[in-house]
Design a protein around this ligand. Structure first.
Ligand SMILES: Cc1cc2nc3c(=O)[nH]c(=O)nc-3n(C[C@H](O)[C@H](O)[C@H](O)COP(=O)(O)OP(=O)(O)OC[C@H]3O[C@@H](n4cnc5c(N)ncnc54)[C@H](O)[C@@H]3O)c2cc1C
Length: 410
C-alpha cells in the first residue's frame, strides 16, 4: 500500500512508523521545517487522567482520557527505549483549588474519587499501567499552603517532557527506510483520481504549486490545519470549532533560578488558571498562566502561523507573576528575573466549542468523541483530541486501515 500522511506531529509520526513497520511505503508531509515542531512540541506533556475535566458530569471525558493514557507508554515504547522514556516522566501534579474556582471543593473531591476508582478498575481489569504505575491510593483534599486557595489535592497524574519525546520520535522517523519525508511542504488539497489520491502541494521555497501521487491511502493528521484541508478537499465539517493560541514559558537551569527550592508540579482548577511542571532530566520548568498565555482565539483558522507577540520579556514576567498568585514559590523568579534563560513556546489548541473556559458550560470542559474517521474510501482524517490521546488515535487509525474496518470516528 502506498500511503501519504499530512502532518508530522505525534499522531502523524506514530501512524507513519506503524504503517512503515508493517511494510507499507509512507510519504510524510509537513509544512514546518522539522517534524514534531508544533503542538506536539509546544505543550506541557501532561498525560491526563481526566482530573481537570470535572465539569463533564457525564464522566465521558475522564473515561476517555484514562483509556487513552493507559495506551500512551506501551505505544511510545515501541520506538523509545524504556529507560529513556522513564527518565522523561516528571513528578505528580498537585491540584490547587483557588478561591475563585468554578467548582466547589466537594464537587471536585467527588469527581476525583470517581477518577481513582475508574483508573484502578481499568488497570486491574486489563493488566495495564499508567506510565508504568498501578494501584492508586484515594485522593482527598489537604489544607491549602496559603490563603488564596481553598484546597490542595495530591494526585497521581504525571506527564512526559514533550521536547525530548519529540527528539526521540523524530530520529525514529528520519531513520526508517520506508518513510520519505517532505518538509517545508504545505498540502493544499487532497484530490481523488481513479480510486486513488493525489496531493496538491505548495513547497515553501517554490512559487508554484506541484502535485504528488497517486497514493492508495491518505491520512490527514494536520491538527490545527486539519479541518481547513478537509474542507478544501470537499469534506467540510459543519461543527462549531474554537481555536486558541496558548503559550507557556520554558525556563532552563531552573534549579539555580529557584535557588534549589523548586515548586511542586501543579495545576489549578477549575477556571482560567495554569500549570507548572519541572523536568529533572532537562532541569527545565514549564509554566503557563491562562490570562496571559491564551493570547488569540477564533472560530475559523485560515492560517496556523503563530500570532505576533510584541513584548516577550513582559509576557514571560506576567506569566510568572500570574502563577505566583497561586504558588508563591514563583516570587523567586520575579526577584531574580532570569529572562535570558526563558523562552516562550506555544501553539493552537483545536476543539469543538463556542466559548472559552471561563464559561462553565463551554464544551472545552469536555474532550471525547475524537479519533480517526474515513471521509471517503482510502481518505482518513484524524482528530487527535489531546497529546494524551495521540498514540491511541494513531493505533486505532492503523488498525482500521490494516483490517479495513470502520473506525469509531468522531
Ligand atoms: C500550549 C498547549 C498545551 C497543551 N497541553 C497539553 C497537555 O498537557 N496534555 C495533553 O494531552 N494535550 C495538550 N495539548 C494538546 C496537544 O498538544 C495536541 O492535542 C497534540 O499535540 C496534537 O498532536 P497532532 O500530532 O495532532 O498535531 P501537531 O503536533 O500540531 O502536528 C500537526 C502537524 O501538521 C502540520 N500541518 C498542518 N497543516 C498542514 C498542511 N496543510 N500541510 C502540511 N503540514 C501541515 C503542522 O506543521 C504540524 O507539524 C496542548 C496544546 C497546546 C497548544
Amino acid at each position: 500500500m502506498s500511503v501519504s500522511i499530512i502532518g508530522g506531529g505525534l499522531t502523524g509520526c506514530l501512524i507513519a512508523l506503524e504503517l512503515a513497520e508493517a511494510g507499507h511505503k509512507v510519504v510524510l508531509f509537513d509544512r514546518a521545517s522539522e517534524l514534531m515542531a508544533r503542538a506536539s512540541f509546544a505543550n506541557e506533556g501532561k498525560i491526563h487522567l481526566g482530573f481537570v475535566y470535572a465539569a463533564d458530569t457525564s464522566f465521558q471525558t475522564a473515561r476517555r482520557m484514562i483509556d487513552d493514557a493507559l495506551r500512551f507508554r506501551p505505544l511510545l515504547e515501541r520506538w523509545i527505549p524504556s529507560r529513556v522514556f522513564e527518565a522523561l516522566i516528571y513528578d505528580r501534579f498537585d491540584y490547587f483549588v483557588p478561591d475563585s474556582s468554578m467548582l466547589s471543593v466537594e464537587a471536585i473531591n467527588a469527581h476525583f474519587g470517581k477518577v481513582i476508582q475508574y483508573l484502578n478498575a481499568q488497570t486491574n481489569r486489563n493488566a495495564a499501567s499508567y506510565l508504568g504505575r498501578r494501584d492508586f491510593a484515594p485522593v482527598s483534599p489537604s489544607a491549602p499552603p496559603h490563603d488564596t486557595l481553598q484546597a490542595l489535592f495530591h494526585t497521581p497524574e504525571q506527564g512526559v517532557w514533550p521536547a525530548s519525546i519529540a527528539e526521540e520520535i523524530r530520529c525514529c522517523v528520519h531513520s526508517h527506510p520506508r518513510v520519505d519525508i517532505r518538509l517545508n511542504t504545505t498540502v493544499t488539497k487532497i484530490r481523488p483520481q481513479k480510486q486513488q489520491w493525489h496531493l496538491d502541494l505548495m513547497p515553501a521555497n517554490k512559487a508554484e504549486q506541484t502535485t504528488e501521487g497517486p497514493f492508495e491511502t491518505v491520512i490527514n493528521c494536520a491538527w490545527a490545519g486539519r479541518r481547513h484541508l478537509d474542507a478544501a478537499s470537499g469534506h467540510p465539517d459543519h461543527a462549531q470549532w474554537f481555536y486558541r493560541y496558548k503559550f507557556g514559558v520554558v525556563l532552563s537551569n531552573a534549579r539555580a533560578a529557584f535557588g534549589g527550592a523548586l515548586p511542586r508540579n501543579s495545576t489549578a482548577m477549575l477556571g482560567a488558571y495554569g500549570d507548572s511542571v519541572y523536568c529533572a532530566a532537562q532541569d527545565s520548568l514549564y509554566c503557563s498562566w491562562y490570562p496571559v498565555g491564551m493570547c488569540f482565539s477564533c472560530a475559523e483558522l485560515v492560517s496556523d502561523q503563530p500570532p505576533r507577540l510584541d513584548d516577550h520579556e513582559a509576557a514571560i514576567l506576567k506569566t510568572w507573576q500570574g502563577y505566583a498568585t497561586i504558588d508563591p514559590t514563583f516570587k523567586a523568579l520575579l526577584e531574580t528575573q532570569p529572562i535570558s534563560k526563558a523562552r516562550i513556546v506555544g501553539d493552537y489548541i483545536a476543539a469543538k466549542a463556542k466559548t472559552d473556559i471561563q464559561d462553565p458550560n463551554s464544551r472545552l470542559h469536555e474532550r471525547h468523541g475524537y479519533g480517526a474517521k474515513q471521509l471517503a474510501p482510502g481518505y482518513w482524517s484524524v482528530e487527535t483530541g489531546k497529546y494524551t490521546s495521540a498514540a491511541r488515535c494513531a493505533e486505532d487509525c492503523v488498525r482500521a486501515i490494516m483490517e479495513r474496518e470502520p473506525c469509531s470516528g468522531f
